[in-house]
Design a protein around this ligand. Structure first.
Ligand code: 26V
Length: 758
């Protein structure tokens, strides 16, 4: 293994076939990809005992080059060697396309988990789909979002085609699912694999305008896109096709591997643990039972085996996001599963007379989460509050039936990508202060507390934040031609666009701020409000919110009186790569979902780890962040989850009353259709959003508005007047971030649910 710079130089020069000064970044990238692949192969190890299969429709892995080089211990020698030859890692990284195989938190969590599994030397592979275009590319034109396909697969990517194929029957026709594999390198750990299935027959020429395509031509379109909007029947059916391709091929792979390792299938639970990531892979339950029965096992035993093998994670309490399929859809696409699902429904009904827990309900809808809870041994939520809400309200009837199955696993993030990779300066400072143990044992960050009052350290920390803000500003200029002021306070809200996440609350605040500045009440320091968010293509109001923010950004830009103090920036095509640039540059992290609605959030953890203070509601993992740092080191505001749940139960929330009685709220909402806004934006979109906020406001933005304004103004004043204290509090946040390492989360899953072999 070539550890030193000189060894690396020799190998690279040989592979690139010319002097490193003159060869292209593309050829260096291809050479490094091969080197990393070879090195990671060396670190694959045989499996003893139980192996985990993490099945997920999404793995938002991000770019892999730097991550893999760091994990394999090659990063420094590559970086130094390239620098000697006038080349930079930053430019090299630009060559690699980002695999866009996820929507947001759920997919990114799966990627963090794979990293932690390999780092902890645990045998655990991913199973998913190889989407050719992944999630759409977001474009802004006239302050509106439009979508185009993202052809992320280049000639050289990390997914290696294998000879393995598995037959999968879809709507009575047999298809061959081909296995591709991406090596998952652990930080000084073992190599696992991400197994992605695909068809050889996919044909991008069926794509029409934007991201539209003929949704009926399965052979050509099945893995073209990450689940397209399900607003029409063909789209919903396509999702079932995708899901079954994934679970059927996945189940065959699992059984094959376990039999090869000596399982007689009756003892499958000694060889395999399957984690079902949300309900998208739930059909793996009936599919495994079907396959086991085909191999001669009795139905009841097969159902018991599968229950022992499988565990389910719930990632949302939004009712509309809990998948249920009309029976006729499954009859059409996967008729072979229907007898199995019917029997499972009978068994579940025999356990209880409670109709609300049925798998097939009276309207002939099939509830995937219900099947998961009945036929797995574990159901977990992803943050303490979320799990409590599942137990006490959303899934209360199930909790009463199976209290022993319910458990919490608070999410986490991998520190390799979200600290070592994205914030090398901060990593170095931490290493100089407390040694390098924190890279594998995140709890060691706590040692930083010792420096909370050390002015020299705090000054260094503040300088690093400033450097990161400048680097982010350069990146913004270079990629999006936007100029921002690194001496302003950066407030960032980056996450999928959804009404429950309440980007519209931030928008209303910014309008409020606009009026205040006009009235001479300028903030203590200039403010740069940054957003990053994609809206689902069919989610009209979400797109209207983007439009309103972009329009406000223009209005302010055109108004020198305001733009000296306030700038609104919306990053186009927010993705993992953009997140890696933004997060280290953030001062104030906006985590402002309606309490009870955000299952966990993981961006909140990334910002905290990189030295931002959180402005947030008591929702998801914010609650645990607040507990960890203490109330003086976080800005909490808004209704509690209990208040929100009560309001929903009483059904007595009336947005219009708030609008009519509160002058500030009224002024902000009215501004949406003001002359200023209409001169830059579209009346139809702005008016629709305005009507939504006054007439419905389902996610209760208005009751939290005033508390939000007060807390945010306080944060901005603190930042401006007490910079040293601000930095001290960011240090406390960093020191308390250890709990939010996905290494801790994975260790808990293993301890309580998987019990993997080593
Ligand atoms: C899915 C859908 C699909 C159809 C319509 C509306 C809708 C709304 C939300 C979702 C979310 C799917 C699940 C998900 O991504 N959950 C996220 O999982 C993260 C990792 O556990 C967690 O941090 C986020 O709080 C949670 O929203």
């Amino acid at each position: 293994m070539m550890k030193t710079k000189n060894e690396m130089e020799k190998v690279l020069t040989e592979m690139c076939g010319s002097n490193l000064e003159t060869c292209s970044y593309e050829s260096i990238y291809t050479a490094l990809l091969k080197i990393a692949e070879k090195e990671s192969e060396r670190k694959t190890a045989p499996v003893k005992g139980r192996k985990l299969y993490y099945i997920s429709a999404e793995f938002l892995i991000g770019k892999l080059l730097s991550n893999n080089l760091i994990n394999l211990g090659l990063y420094d020698s590559v970086k130094d060697c390239l620098e000697d030859h006038g080349k930079s890692m930053a430019e090299l990284e630009e060559v690699e396309p980002e695999p866009s195989l996820g929507n947001g938190g759920l997919g990114r969590l799966a990627a963090c988990f794979l990293d932690s599994l390999a780092t902890l030397n645990l045998p655990g592979d991913g199973i998913g789909l190889r989407y050719h275009c992944g999630l759409f590319h977001q474009n802004f034109k006239n302050q509106l979002q439009s979508e185009t396909p993202d052809f992320w697969m280049g000639d050289h990517d990390w997914a290696q085609m294998t000879e393995k194929t598995y037959p999968v029957s879809l709507a009575g026709k047999e298809y061959q699912a081909r296995l591709y594999q991406i090596a998952v390198t652990g930080y000084e750990g073992r190599t696992n694999h991400l197994n992605l299935f695909d068809l050889d027959t996919i044909d991008p020429s069926v794509i029409g305008e934007g991201i539209s395509f003929d949704k009926t031509d399965i052979e050509k379109n099945l893995t073209l896109f990450l689940y397209p909007d399900d607003s029409d029947d063909a789209g919903r059916l396509l999702r079932i096709y995708q899901q079954y391709l994934m679970v059927s091929a996945g189940a065959q792979l699992i059984l094959e591997e376990c039999e090869e390792r000596g399982s007689n299938l009756h003892d499958l639970a000694d060889y395999a643990a399957i984690q079902i990531n949300d309900t998208h892979p739930s059909m793996v339950i009936p599919e495994l039972i079907r396959l086991l029965c085909e191999k001669g096992i009795e139905f009841e035993e097969a159902a018991e085996i599968v229950t022992k093998v499988c565990a389910y994670t719930n990632h949302t309490i939004l009712a509309e996001a809990l998948e249920k399929w009309p029976r006729s859809y499954l009859e059409q696409v996967v008729p072979q599963l229907m007898p199995v699902i019917e029997k499972l429904d009978e068994i579940a009904r025999a356990r209880t007379s409670d109709e609300s827990t049925a798998i097939i309900d009276r309207n002939q809808m099939i509830h995937m989460a219900h099947m998961d809870i009945h036929f797995t041994h574990s159901t977990n939520g992803v943050a303490a509050l979320h799990t409590e809400i599942l137990k006490n309200s959303e899934l209360h009837n199930f909790y009463q039936m199976y209290p022993e199955k319910f458990n919490n696993k608070t999410n986490g993030i991998t520190f390799r990508r979200w600290l070592l990779k994205c914030n090398p300066e901060l990593t170095e400072l931490i290493e100089n202060l407390i040694g390098s143990g924190f890279k594998k044992d995140a709890a060691e960050l706590e040692k930083l507390m010792e420096f909370a009052d050390d002015e020299t350290v705090l000054k260094k920390l503040a300088a690093i934040k400033h450097d990161n803000k400048k680097a982010f500003a350069d990146w913004l200029k270079h990629t999006q031609n936007i100029t921002v002021n690194p001496d302003s306070i950066f407030t960032i809200q980056s996450k999928r666009l959804h009404e429950y996440k309440r980007q519209q609350l931030n928008l209303l605040y910014l309008i409020h701020q606009y009026f205040e500045i006009k009235a001479g009440n300028t903030p203590e320091v200039p403010v740069t409000a940054i957003f990053g968010a994609k809206a689902a293509p069919a989610y009209t109001i979400a797109k209207d919110i983007i439009h309103a923010i972009l329009t406000l950004s223009k209005v302010i830009e055109n108004d020198p009186e305001v733009s000296r103090w306030l700038q609104v920036v919306f990053i186009e095509n927010y993705n993992v790569t953009a997140a890696e640039k933004m997060i280290p540059a953030c001062d104030l992290s906006e985590q402002i979902s309606l309490a009870s609605k955000e299952a966990s959030g993981t961006g909140n953890m990334k910002f905290m780890l990189n030295g931002a203070l959180t402005l947030g509601t008591m929702d998801g993992a914010n609650v645990e962040i607040a507990d960890a740092v203490g109330e003086g080191n976080i800005y909490i505001f808004g209704q509690s989850s209990a208040q929100v749940i009560r309001r929903y139960q009483h059904g007595d929330y009336c947005a219009r009353e708030w609008y009519e009685t509160d002058a500030n709220i009224r002024r902000a909402i009215q501004f949406l259709t003001s002359e200023e806004m209409l001169s830059c934006g579209q009346e139809e979109n702005l008016r629709r959003l305005q009507n939504e906020l006054i007439g419905k406001d389902w996610f209760q933005t208005l009751p939290d508005f005033n508390a939000y304004v007060v807390r945010k103004e306080q944060a901005i004043a603190d930042y401006a007047h007490h910079p040293m204290d601000w930095t001290r509090r960011t240090l406390i946040n960093i020191s308390q971030a250890g709990f939010f390492s996905s290494d801790r989360t994975i260790a808990e899953y293993n301890e309580d649910i998987w019990h993997l072999g080593k």
